[in-house]
Design a protein around this ligand. Structure first.
Ligand SMILES: [Zn+2]
Length: 113
């Protein structure tokens, strides 16, 4: 996570990235990442329902039934999802779910295995 820049205002190293913005938790400063950086997920902070950090390639378990647009069924609670990829946005986990195919999930509805 050392790839993130220090806060330009207070020089804090505890900055994090959220939806294309860098945010400093110490002084509340927010500034925009450069356009290229939004393509990368290296600095993305995505946490599961327990507050554990998730990373690309992690396996997670779905913690509640999730309705899927365009599918007849729902993804059942307890479904295991392998090899997730973190992405920007509201649905911040890109993955493939057995029986459903590629889709995006919200990190708040999964827990890390
Ligand atoms: Zn700061």
């Amino acid at each position: 996570m050392s790839a993130l820049p220090n806060c330009p205002q207070c020089n804090s190293e505890y900055t994090y990235e959220d939806r294309g913005l860098f945010i400093c938790p110490e002084c509340g400063n927010e500034w925009s990442a450069d356009a290229n950086a939004t393509e990368e997920t290296a600095g993305l902070v995505v946490k599961d329902s327990n507050g554990n950090l998730l990373a690309d390639g992690d396996s997670v378990t779905v913690i509640k039934d999730l309705k899927v647009k365009g599918a007849s069924g729902a993804i059942k609670q307890g479904t295991k999802v392998k090899n997730i990829r973190l992405v920007e946005g509201d649905h911040n986990i890109d993955c493939k779910v057995d029986g459903f195919g590629p889709m995006k999930l919200k990190s708040e509805f999964v827990k890390k295995n």
